[in-house]
Ligand binder design. Structure first.
Ligand code: F6R
Length: 239
């Protein structure tokens, strides 16, 4: 694991944004695994800034998002489909047919998860971007007694509901989501994880210094050969 501690979220956004822009310039049809939440927003701003300046094109880039809420309309302002369009896609030249999500409204959840897993393994993710939950989750793989290989429907923990319910001012936050499994996340050739703020300090300590255990799903990244972690001083304070 390559660990970089930086001053603040803006610096991390620039560093990780550059990493992605370089990778896209080298491989214009790169396959990216993407995350939502606050952590990747500065990175997305950097990427679309470079796209708007004409320094990079996302025309051939293909993306797969980590997760989506269950039973939340795609058009809801809190769906991850809407989030990604608002925070990244709408400001770039990416082709809509190249962006992929789990369908949280699928009636046959099992078939939907299978479809996504097959698409993911066929595409092969080059770089997976991750945030981390306060409880050590990656995607919505919540702490558990086992690691899950493929996509599945998950009941969100109290910690995740508490962290994300601030965004749900009109409707209550869904308590279920579909998420890529840890096994699929680990298939990515390279993984980049961002953590900022002291609320992530315990999770970062467990992920980096703790045992590899499904009670801290992110700890499995210790077994991946190419992981880059970017965090601010607050997230790194227990290391
Ligand atoms: C989002 C996701 C989650 C978040 C994590 C951190 O697609 O999969 O694992 O990355 O909950 O969220 P923020 O960045 O909002 O602290």
């Amino acid at each position: 694991m390559k660990i970089t501690v930086m001053e603040n979220a803006a610096q991390i956004g620039e560093a990780v944004g550059k990493l992605f822009v370089d990778a896209i310039q080298k491989k214009p049809n790169i396959v990216l695994g993407l995350a939502t939440g606050a952590s990747p927003v500065p990175t997305y701003q950097y990427i679309y800034g470079e796209c708007q300046k004409g320094n990079v094109s996302l025309k051939e880039v293909c993306t797969y998002n980590l997760d989506e809420y269950v039973d939340l309309p795609k058009s809801d302002k809190n769906s991850y489909y809407t989030f990604m369009h608002k925070e990244l896609f709408d400001h770039t030249d990416i082709a809509e047919e190249n962006v992929h999500f789990l369908d949280g409204n699928a009636t046959d959840v099992e078939a939907e998860c299978k479809r996504y897993d097959e698409a993911l393994s066929k595409a092969g993710v080059d770089i997976q971007l991750l945030g981390i939950g306060r409880n050590g989750h990656i995607g919505f793989n919540e702490p558990s007694s086992y690691f899950t290989k493929g996509a599945f429907k998950v009941k969100l923990t109290e910690s995740t509901i508490e962290a994300n319910s601030k965004y749900f001012d009109e409707n209550p936050m869904p308590h279920y989501a579909l998420t890529m499994g840890v096994g699929s996340i680990m298939q990515a050739k390279k993984i980049v994880l961002i953590a900022t703020g002291s609320a992530k300090a315990d999770a970062m300590k467990a992920m980096i210094d703790g045992q590899v255990t499904p009670s801290c799903p992110a700890s499995i990244l210790q077994f991946h050969q190419d992981v880059e972690v970017y965090m601010d001083k607050d997230a790194a304070k227990l290391l």
